[in-house]
Ligand binder design. Structure first.
Ligand code: SAM
Length: 274
């Protein structure tokens, strides 16, 4: 019997029983593709679970849809990280979207996802999608005032994603947005990765005027409690705008009730970031 454990802290972890394991090496990280009994296929980078067939819809819907609904007319979207393709798939559900750029540092993640995770990666070959295999930090140096929405779908702030959780990078994101543009970033687990969470949200607050954090329940992420942070300088992200668009998205987790109460945080989480 094979079991895999992700050590989420020194003292706790997530353990799953595995039918089959495949290992790939890239210049950036160790890539594992596990076929698990409970969660279907699971993508693991440097020992950390990135996505699983069974619960991926929660993360990808909650990263993509709130910002795309709040934006009056999202046409040009950038996803940084997200080489599995799940966020791109959700973005393309919005009819106004004309162009999606995906900037993923590791081409091997895209290759493995296309081969073994077809239900997640199936929109990566869509004609509206352009893929850049580059470091997101460098990529943004050349883009100014171009995107309506930028989604940061990054691995943990260690290894290749480290610099992309800092103020200097959030400033580049702001410069790459058009007027009225919106950022949403995955900002880690408030419960088990408290310092990563606090630091990411507080750095975003240093750069943007309107900042709101929201949560989703994601079974295979640390403590099951995951956070996302939305930011904009000129859009009031706290208004429940464009709700009539939600029904057309064919989602399984995100819905109008979640949208209305999006930024309602448990008290201990609010206290960490105020
Ligand atoms: N849902 C995931 C999570 O929260 O763990 C994120 C999934 S996605 C697979 C993360 C991707 O970010 C990885 O494929 C990784 O290669 C990519 N990444 C890390 N650092 C990056 C960088 N500097 N530029 C672009 N992509 C990066």
């Amino acid at each position: 019997m094979i079991w895999f454990t992700e050590y989420q802290t020194k003292n706790t972890g997530l353990t799953v029983r595995v039918k089959e394991a495949k290992r790939f090496n890239s210049q950036y990280q160790e890539i594992l593709l596990l076929d698990t009994y409970e969660y279907g296929k699971m993508l693991v980078l440097d020992g950390a679970v990135q996505t699983t067939e069974r619960d991926e819809f929660i993360y990808h819907e909650m990263l993509a849809h709130p910002a795309l609904i709040k934006h009056p007319n999202p046409e040009r979207i950038l996803v940084i990280g997200g080489g599995d393709g799940g966020t791109v798939r959700e973005v393309l559900k919005h009819q106004s979207v004309k162009e999606v750029h995906l900037c993923e540092i590791d081409g091997e993640v895209i290759k493995v996802s296309k081969e073994y995770l077809p239900t997640i990666s199936n929109m990566l070959d869509n004609e509206k999608v352009k893929i850049f295999v580059e470091d997101g930090n460098k990529f943004l140096d050349e883009r100014k005032g171009y995107y309506d929405v930028i989604l940061l779908d990054l691995s943990d702030p260690v290894g290749p994603a480290e610099a992309l959780f800092r103020r200097a990078f959030y400033q580049k994101v702001k410069n790459a947005l058009k007027e009225g543009g919106i950022l949403t970033a995955q900002t880690e687990s408030p419960f088990l990765q408290t310092e990563y969470f606090k630091s990411a949200v507080l750095e975003i607050k240093e750069v943007f005027k309107n900042v709101g954090t929201y949560l989703a329940f994601i079974p295979t992420y640390p403590a099951g409690m995951w956070s996302f942070t939305m930011a904009s300088d000129d859009i009031d992200i706290f208004e429940n705008s464009n709700m009539e668009r939600i029904d057309k998205l064919n989602t399984k987790y995100f819905c109008d009730k979640i949208y209305i109460s999006l930024f309602s945080l448990p008290k201990f989480v609010s206290e960490l970031i105020t």
